[in-house]
Ligand binder design. Structure first.
Ligand SMILES: Nc1nc2c(ncn2[C@@H]2O[C@H](COP(=O)(O)O[C@H]3[C@@H](O)[C@H](n4cnc5c(=O)[nH]c(N)nc54)O[C@@H]3COP(=O)(O)O)[C@@H](O)[C@H]2O)c(=O)[nH]1
Length: 893
């Protein structure tokens, strides 16, 4: 089935139109047919009427001729003056013959007596002519009161076997007897007279009596018995003519016209069956109908074609509507705003996203609105304070750009959103403008940039951005000759704060430091965070002169020191933090940024080593020291491999003079420089990984010494203290290695005392306690070295499995000189007593110091006063002396 898209209303209209046309065609056809029928019938009626009139005249003439022939027989034969028996048959017959020759239709004429006997005849048989008249005919002729022509019903001729009619009239003889003049006429001859050569299709002609007795007909009816047609003509066609009457011969509906003729009650009728009368008309009707049908078919076809065309139109419209709807949908689902302009720069189409982006343009947007009007409204919104002239300039510029370059460009709206605008020309000379909201994209890029170049905690530039900016500043400084400065900051004891207060608190401090640093510098300077508690401040273009630049940098550094020294409020608690600042100048030459950073870092470490919370400028000497340090590190590594280290032992004494132990102290027996004290290299070793193998070597050597003494009663009771550095202690396998050394050397664990510095113990207390606890179970003992220099709280000390506190020699040095140190020493001794720990004072150089320490309750001493560190042999001598002295005192006692 064909898809129809034309609306029903239009289809109905088309078909109604077609129906009207068809009706008109049908009506016209019907009228034509009707008219043709009427013409045909009228024509036939006229023909029939004409024919009947003609036939009547012809028949009247023929009958009159026969009648005259019969009537003239009286005169011809002189009958009225003679008797019937006087008539000479031969003469009469001869006369009749010559008379009958005058009428071609008559076969013969005869004279009969009242009995029907032939008196004379024109026939060759003369009076011998046999005659067989229809029954009753002779009597009816003789019965006529007045001699009138009588016509018999048709009969078959006795002589010719033809159908014939007899015409007769009686003639009165002189004796008043009646004779009958009779003429025989073949029906065919009379029929010829009737038809008169007329050629009317289907014509049926009759000559009949008023009662319906058929005398002759054309076409001829060869019937033995003369038929009586019913009903009689006057009933069929009372007015002489009738339509749709039964044809006189065939009985089918026909046009029947009749006329009476002069003789007797005879009537001539002409019947033309409608079938024949309308035969021609039927062809016409068919032609008209065919033409009508053709027209109808054409109308139907035209209707169909029209509908098909309308369907196509409708489908095309639908397709256009659908594609427009699809386009609209696509436009509406676009994430970008969209405006289509025609060649005249008028708005053709736009989407709702456009209105979302520019809500103030909603009232302006309409089809065919000039885009200039849209721009004017935009200018009004964008430049609310601008003059009308300025706005017009803006609009002109915008329209000019729009038509000139079609590169995407961005516009920041008053609401802060960033819109990317792209204009593309259309083939028709118009313009497609898309508006893409790139705000999120720009924000994301900014965020990505921020993540890549900014420290997320403080929002300060990170190392990467700092290095980048440094390169720019260095390059600019080379061009301009201006000096800048780099300040490297590290917060003192930040790690302790982090460990004791938690990372959140540490982060708070870092954020506040970042904020304060920003207040100390100019807007164009850079404050960056490298990570942890390290910050860098880059000051650029300070001066063309290095001294001036350095002075300016110092002022800024001091300002930073002051600012960062101010108390902080961290989680509701007041906190004091100090920075160590290293500074270096930038400029003059194209220096690598890494080197500059390193210089500032070195200077900062200088500050750290000098007591922190200060500013120090990098000087080349520092660089030399660093190089020396690097050299030393290499040398140490080589020395370790070359076994250039040895252990010296410093004895530890009881107040009563006994040697209660010794501290193992490493010495570097340098092949060229001789004996080198650890203060010259232990720091470098501790900063590198070298301290780990070095400390392990010390531990093993000391344990081997203990094991070596094991079989000697003079020394086997002497414990040895071994220094353990932080990096060594923090090794994951530290405990395992100590246990392994003890096992491998065979040293008794309780004779091994590990000296841990106070700062080591406090750094990651949990790990310290765990490791100490494990070794404690093996019998190893512990002493806290340099006690008093840190900030040990009683709480920590109680958690540690300690055996001894070692009072730092810095306090011992000033005993009796600086009161605070006396107080500190007394406190430490009291603390040790409370915790039931041994306490030993180191660095005891004078008897006064020893006496004061003894007064304060300290019974164990180590120092140059009592014994210098020396090779094991020296210690063994001392031990032997002490043993000898003890035994002498015992003997004396
Ligand atoms: N991790 C390790 N550290 C070690 C090892 N050996 C030594 N050290 C540490 O090196 C620092 C310097 O040690 P050293 O030069 O050996 O000095 C020690 C003593 O000689 C010195 N001392 C002893 N008595 C006095 C004195 O009366 N006056 C004075 N001025 N100095 C004296 O003290 C140092 C011992 O100190 P301490 O260890 O704190 O007991 C030093 O810090 C050593 O710790 C090692 O093998 N591993």
């Amino acid at each position: 089935m064909r898809d129809t898209t034309t609306p029903l209303r239009i289809r109905a209209f088309v078909w109604a139109g077609a129906a009207v046309f068809i009706a008109a065609v049908v009506m016209v056809s019907a009228a034509l047919v009707w008219n043709a029928r009427k013409v045909a019938l009228d024509d036939y009626e006229a023909q029939a009427t004409r024919f009947v009139a003609g036939a009547e005249a012809a028949l009247n003439r023929s009958l009159l001729a026969v009648d005259v022939l019969l009537a003239s027989m009286d005169e011809l034969l002189g009958l009225s003056g003679s008797m019937s028996e006087w008539v000479d048959p031969d003469l009469a017959s001869q006369r009749l013959r010559s008379s009958a020759r005058q009428n071609l239709m008559v076969r013969y004429v005869a004279l009969l007596d009242a009995n029907g006997k032939t008196i004379a005849s024109s026939d060759a048989a003369g009076s011998a002519l046999p005659l067989q008249l229809p029954p009753g005919f002779l009597a009816s002729v003789l019965e006529q009161p007045v001699s009138t022509l009588m016509i018999s019903p048709p009969v078959v001729s006795f002589a010719t076997a033809e159908r014939v009619l007899y015409f007769a009239r009686h003639l009165r003889m002189a004796d008043s007897s009646l004779v009958v003049a009779i003429a025989e006429l073949p029906v065919g001859a009379l029929s010829s007279v009737l038809v008169q050569g007329v050629d009317i299709t289907g014509l049926q002609v009759t000559l009949e009596r008023a009662g319906g007795l058929l005398l002759l007909s054309a076409p001829n009816r060869e019937e033995a018995i003369t038929p009586v047609l019913s009903p009689p003509l006057q009933e069929v066609a009372a007015l002489g003519q009738a339509w749709k009457a039964p044809a006189r011969l065939s009985g089918e509906p026909a046009l029947v016209v009749y006329r009476p003729i002069l003789y007797q009650d005879l009537r001539i009728s002409a019947s033309i069956p409608l079938r024949d009368a309308l035969a021609g008309w039927r062809d016409q009707r068919n032609a008209i109908a065919l033409t009508g049908l053709l027209f109808v078919a054409m109308i139907v076809a035209a209707g169909n074609l029209a509908l098909r065309y309308l369907d196509r139109m409708s489908q095309a419209r639908l397709a256009i509507a659908q594609s427009k709807a699809t386009l609209d949908q696509a436009l509406e689902s676009m994430v970008s705003g969209f405006v289509l302009l025609d060649g005249e720069q008028r708005v053709v189409q736009w989407n709702s996203r456009f209105e979302e982006i520019f809500p103030w343009l909603r009232a302006v947007m309409a089809p065919m609105v000039p885009f200039r009007r849209v721009m004017e409204e935009t200018a009004r919104h964008h430049l609310p304070r601008a003059s009308e002239e300025e706005r017009m300039r803006w609009v002109e510029l915008r329209l000019l750009k729009q038509n000139q370059h079609h590169e995407p460009h961005e516009q920041v709206l008053p609401n802060g959103r960033t819109i990317q605008i792209t204009e593309r020309p259309t083939p028709e000379g118009g313009l497609v403008i898309t508006y893409h909201d790139v705000t999120a994209l720009r924000r994301a890029s900014a965020e990505i940039e921020s993540l890549a170049f900014y420290d997320p905690l403080t929002n300060l530039p990170n190392r990467r951005l700092l290095m980048d900016r440094m390169q720019q500043v260095i390059a600019a400084s080379v061009r301009s000759g201006q000096y800048g400065a780099l300040l490297f900051l590290d917060l003192d004891h930040f790690k302790t704060l982090n460990d004791t207060m938690g990372h959140e608190v540490g982060d708070m401090l870092l954020r506040q430091v970042a904020e304060r640093l920003k207040t100390c510098v100019r807007r164009e300077d850079t404050v960056a965070r490298l990570g942890g508690d390290e910050f860098v401040v880059m000051l650029h273009e300070l001066s063309l002169h290095s001294e001036e630049a350095a002075a300016y940098a110092r002022r800024v550094g001091e300002k930073i020191l002051r600012t960062l020294n101010m108390p902080y409020s961290l989680a509701g608690l007041s906190h004091h933090s100090t920075p160590s600042i290293g500074a270096t100048l930038m400029g003059g030459a194209l220096q690598p940024s890494v080197d500059l950073l390193k210089q500032a870092d070195i200077a900062m470490y200088q500050v750290k080593s000098q007591g922190r919370n200060a500013l120090c400028f990098f000087d080349p000497q520092m660089q030399i020291a660093i190089s020396v340090r690097a050299q030393l590190e290499g040398d140490l590594q080589a020395a370790l491999a070359a076994r250039q280290f040895a252990l010296h032992y410093q004895p530890q004494f009881h107040l009563d003079g006994r040697i209660v132990g010794a501290e193992a102290l490493i010495r570097w027996i340098h092949p060229e420089r001789g004996l080198i004290a650890p203060s010259a290299f232990i720091g470098v070793a501790e900063e590198s990984e070298l301290i780990v193998p070095m400390g392990h070597w010390v531990l093993r050597t000391a344990c081997e010494q203990l094991a070596a003494w094991e079989n000697d009663a003079r020394y086997r009771h002497v414990p040895l203290s071994v220094n353990v550095s932080a990096r060594q202690f923090r090794q994951r396998d530290f405990v395992a290695r100590v246990v392994e050394v003890l096992r491998e050397t065979g040293a008794r664990p309780h004779l091994l005392k590990l000296e841990l510095t106070e700062s080591l113990v406090l750094d990651n207390v949990d790990d310290t306690i765990a490791k100490m606890g494990l070794l404690k179970t093996k019998g190893v003992r512990f002493s806290v070295d340099d006690f008093g220099t840190g900030y040990s709280s009683l709480a920590y000390l109680t958690r540690l499995p300690l055996d001894q506190l070692k009072i730092d020699q810095s306090f011992v040095r000033n005993l009796g000189v600086r009161h605070t140190d006396d107080v500190i020493v007394q406190t430490i001794i009291g603390m040790a007593r409370n915790l039931e720990l041994d306490v030993i004072a180191e660095g005891v150089e004078t008897a006064q110091q020893k006496a004061l320490l003894a007064d304060y309750g300290c019974q164990l001493f180590q120092g140059y006063l009592l014994g210098m560190p020396g090779p094991v042999s020296e210690l063994e001598v001392l031990l032997q002396q002490a043993a000898t002295q003890a035994s002498a005192e015992g003997a004396a006692g």
